[in-house]
Structure formats: structure tokens, C-alpha cells
Design a protein around this ligand. Sequence first.
Ligand code: SF4
Ligand code: ZN
Length: 762
Amino acid sequence: MSRYIATRAIRGANALVTEAEYMLAKALAEKGPDTPVAFPNTAYYLPVIYGMTGIAVQKLGDLKPVLRHARSLLHPLPAPRHWTPYLGETLDCGMATLLAAEAIEAIRFVYGLQPEPMPGFRLAGGTAFTSPDAGDGREATDGHLNGPIDDIQLRSWGIQLVDGRMPGFAAIVGCAKSNEVAVEIVRQLQRRNILTFLSGNVNGRSIIHQLIEEGVELGYDTYTVPFGTDTISAIYALGFATRSALTFGGLKPGQAREILLYNRERVFAFVLALGEVDDLKYAAAAGAINFGFPVIADTVIPEILPTGITRYEHVVSMPWNEIEGKDDREKAERLVQKCIEVRGVKVKVVDVPVPVPYGSAFEGEVVRKADMRVEFGGKYSRAFEYLRMVDMDEVVDGKVELVGPDFDHIPPQGHMDMGIVVEVAGRQMQKDFEPVLERQIHYFINGASGVQHIGQRDIAWIRISKAAADKGFRLEHLGKILHARFKNDFGAIVDKVQVTIYTDPEPFHYWLAKAREAYDYRNRRLADLTDEKVEEFYSCTLCQSFAPNHVCIVSPERLGLCGAYNWLDCKASFSINPTGPNQPIKLGRLLDPVKGYWEGTNEYARIGSHGAVEKVAMYSIMENPMTACGCFECIVMLIPEANGVMVVSREDPSMTPAGMTFSTLAGIAGGGLQTPGVMGVGKYYLLSPKFIAADGGFKRVVWMSSFLKETMVAELKAVAEREGDPDLIERIADERYVTTVDELLVWLEEHNHPALTMPPIF
Ligand code: SF4
Ligand code: ZN
């Protein structure tokens, strides 16, 4: 243990706790102890404090015991001699620093100083479903940095952390040697799909300033989140880590030890300290080490070697000037590589031969009309994509052909028709996997920086930015991307891939017609696939790395609650990886066709949940409902007064008749527990004839987020007709009109909702 680090961390911690105490005393005097304190859009209060101490801070006054506890963790400054540095003391001071930092940010929220103002700055964030030209609610985030991550984003990243698309996160604190270096470091992290949190400064200059000056898009959409330009805002990274343990690990607030262990073992994160490290940064670093997150510095500082806490180093020094490399890019790559090695982050980089940066970090990137070179599909033209299986000898692996002209003759911001036909062959390939693979085209194409993909099938919509076109991106590169990714990600079922891109009108229309025949066929096949017609369901245990006792049971008529895995996906995944997370569950004897019990599913539920649940009813919310991890698209919850259920989507931040928002409800629904009356589901399950069939089915829905009504208009209309009440959707209340139970009851009466006359739900 370095005496130098201990001394500086203890000094930094003492100073910060004192500062927090001072700020709290001032705030109490000016605002009073009952002033509400909260971070926005989270059910976890001040998450580090909540996780570590169990205190649910809601008012300024609640911070008093927190800071008392922080002070009790402090140790006196070491005497210059006769003192043996002790890691425990440093770690305690680190924890005190985190509690004080979070308290300070909370007080700043009370004064409207968080999120930090940044005039003229625009976050690259928002929801995945909006069109790039539509008003998408981002306006509200203009002019300031991100501040803490909200629960919705936490959950949506959760699934990516689980399935490995996102290997871990990096908390960068400070300021890089130059703007160019800052950009290179972030690009290297993005290439590896590592989520990046930015905070801190050196003499007033922050990496956030550097990246903004270089025009790098920052926000949720680019996996690069600017917290704040001071060191204290790095606390939001640990709030994210703490909530991961609470949300996905099923841990309880106050289980400090377990939460820290969970992070050490399952959350692959590290701190990258750029530039000079001051007392406060040493103190914050000591806080991060509690979580098992090592600190890598680009300056000369003493190192802390592995101890009992971890098998890896806690503090590593890698001075920028001493890193080998011919330019900044190479040096940045080495530095990032070192961080990954120290923490043991698992990273897979696919080499995709395109002239623009490529990685999942660019998936959410939006190409606005003003930045656009050309588009395919959308309002003025048509684009389609069609993947089909053919015989081995019909495919030349790696062949990419463009039939018709490229877009060079199209005027800037123009449009043209285009079709992508992917032909695959493989010994393990099955016709049923075509739609599963075809859906990947969306993610694969979106990975290219400056290329945006929306939709699927014959309503695909692709934009190429001017910047990407200037770098030489052309249509053939779409084919190169698809070849590289299909071979890499689905090598187990796909041996050969060839891609043809059609812009010549005649073959374009020929293939469009062929594609439509295939879509039709698939629709009919999917409609035919009912739970009664198959002999096995599938398990999904992907989320067990976060929620150890949760298992999704996926049937043809009930997809996984994250919405990302349906029965066909699981079947495909099983044949790609027979020992993977999706295993067939032989149904065996049918015990109850109404509630949905089989011998096989019950037995699997017990084994898969490690005994946490005894059985699972596939079609009921009231009796043994399926558990949830935290990734659910919607929450279904009983409203006893209305004799029905409400459905809240994760995109809906408003108040519900249950008196709670999605965020708060999510805390009740997740964690792998069985809670009758509450269930997390994928939104397509709402449309299934098996949706809570044992409890009365879709007619029980009395309230539903308007987001769902608007994004599934046609599908819901079909459900209403199936249920024999074409106006059913209009009878269902939503947050625009109803946010309390009393309002809900009035609405239901006025709109003659069927739930009122149905038998009691329990
Ligand atoms: Fe997780 Fe269930 Fe989705 Fe599988 S299906 S990834 S277990 S939420
Ligand atoms: Zn999950």
C-alpha cells in the first residue's frame, strides 16, 4: 500500500466531507430540512447512499445521518512518521468521499445547479423510436450536461451488458493531453463498445470541453455520457454501478458488502484518470477501488498492486509520454488496451472493411436531414431488405454486387430506391432462421458511423451522411458490413454469405415482389405457430449474469420480457450454441391449459430459478406469474379498484393510476421475485391471445401508456377485433387523461369499459 496515496486520499476525503457538511448546513438554513431532494427519473433515491447505507434520502434533513456516517468513516491524517499505511483506512475514506460527493450533487440539484449548465450544448440522446426529423423530446435536454443516468437508460443498457454487446464501462476523469488525444481515447473505447462516462477537469479544462470542441456527439445514443466538468460528478458512475446490483442482482439497499462484491465480480468497469491527480481524485479513486474498479492514470503516480480485494492491480500508472506508438492513435489504443487488460474486460472487435468508424457505439446515431448525403426509403423512395437461404453451390462467399448505379449522380440530400438481398448457405441453416437473421441487418448496418438504419423488410429506411460519403462510403460497403458481421456473429449456422444490392428499377421490382411473397409466407407461418402446436418451449437465462435467479420461459405465443427473444430466436440460438442460454424445455404432461402449467415448465422453473420459484403459470398474472430481471419493455399491474390491469411502457415517464411511475414500479417488478399482480412483459405479448388468458385476457386492460397505443395502432386494432369489441382501444385510459384511480374509475364508466362487468379478477 502506498503511503503517498493513502495520505492524499485521506486528506481529500476529509476536505470533501467538510465541504458537504458546510453545504448541507447552508442549505438547511436557507431551504429547510423538509425540502425534497432527488435525482431525476430514478426509483433508487440517491443510489450510492441508498445502496451503501439503506437510507432513502427524500428530504434535505435525511442527509444529516448520511454525513454523520461519512464522517465516522474518516481517519485522521497520518503522522509524518511511525505510521504504516493501511489499505482499509484508505478504502473507508474512499467510501466517505462517495457519500459526501453524492450528497453534494443532491444539494446542487436543490439549487438547480445540476445537471451542469453548458450553454449551446446538445445531448445526443433520446428514444430509439423517433424519426430523426420529428420533435423527439430532446429539446428539453439542451443547454446542459447529462447528469445522472435515469432508470430507463440503466435498464436498456442492462440488457446489452448482459448479452455482451457492451463489455463494460469506463469512467474517464480529467483532461487529455490534447483534443486529438481525447478524441482518440473515446474512439478506441467506442470501437470496443465500452460505455464511457466523462467527468472532471485539470485546471478547469475537462475532457468534456475537448470533445465538444472537436464536435464529438455526446449522450446516451453514442455511449459517451458527459456527467459534469468536476470530479464530484464521477459519483454518477458509481450510482449506475450500485443500481445495476440493485436492479439486476436482486440485492437490497443497505447490503453494502454484497453490492460491492457484485460489482467486483460482474461489472467490468475501470477508471481512467487523465492528467494531474489531486487529493480529491485520489479520494474518489479510493472510493472506486471499493467497487473493485481499478484506476489507470496517464501520469506518474505510485501503483497499488493486487491485494486481498482483487487479483488485479488497483492503481496503475501509464505515463502518456512513455507509451510506445508512432502517433496519438496508437498510444490511445495501447492505453485503452492496458485498461482492458487490467480489469479483464472481455472485448471482441470485428474487422469490418468500411472507410468509416464501425462499432455498436454508433448504432443509435441519428443522421439529420441537414447532414444527409442520400436516403433510401422513408417518404420519397423505397428500400427493402430480404435474407434468404439457398443451396451451398448457389453462393459465392464474400461476393458483393451492385446491380444498377451507385448514388453519385443523386443530388445532395436526394433519395433513391434500393433493395438489399442477402443470400446465405450453411449446413446448420434452417428456413425458420431467415427472419431471425434478417432482423440483424438493422443492427449491423447501424454500426457504421454516419449511416442510419430504421425499420425492416420493405419499410427499411437508410440514410448516409455527407461525412460518411466524403470518406468514401458507397453502397457496396453495406454488403461488406453484412458479410463480415453475419460470418462473425452467426458463423455457427452460416457458412457462406453473398450480398446483392439492387438500384436498377427492373430487378429492384422483381426482387421486391419476391421479398413480399416471403414476408407473407413468414407472417402466416408465425400466426400458425401456437403454443399448442409445439412440443417444447425455450428457456432464456441470458439475464442470470445480472439477475441470478431469473429465467424467462419463451413460448411461440409469449416472447421474452425484454422483447428481444421470441421462440424462433431461442430455437435459432439453441442450434447455434447448444450449450448456451436457450435450452429446449420439453413440455411433457399438460396440467392446466387455462393457466398454462405443464410438468416440464414447472420442473424447469424450479431448476432454472435455483429453487426461488416452485412453478410458473404461463398465462396468469394473479397466480405464480413469471418473474422478471429488469429488462422488461412494459409492466403489467393489477388495479384492484378497476377490476383490471394497467400496462406501463418504459418510454412513459408519467404518473400511473397505481400512484407510481415506471421507474418506481420497476423496482417492484424486477429482481427475479414472483409478485402476484405485477409482471414485466415484452410488448408483443400484449397482442397474444394468451396474454393473461387465465385472468380474462386483453379485456382486462383498463389503462395503457399512450406510447403503446401510438406505436402499435394496427396491431392493437386487430386485437380489439379479435376480442369482439372494435372500439376497445378507445375505451382504455392513458396518461394524457388519467393519472389517478379516481379519474380512472370515472373514465371507465364514461367509456363503458368491459372490465367493469367482468367477473372479479381475484
Ligand atoms: Fe433476459 Fe429474458 Fe430477454 Fe433472455 S428473454 S435476454 S432472460 S429478458
Ligand atoms: Zn433481463
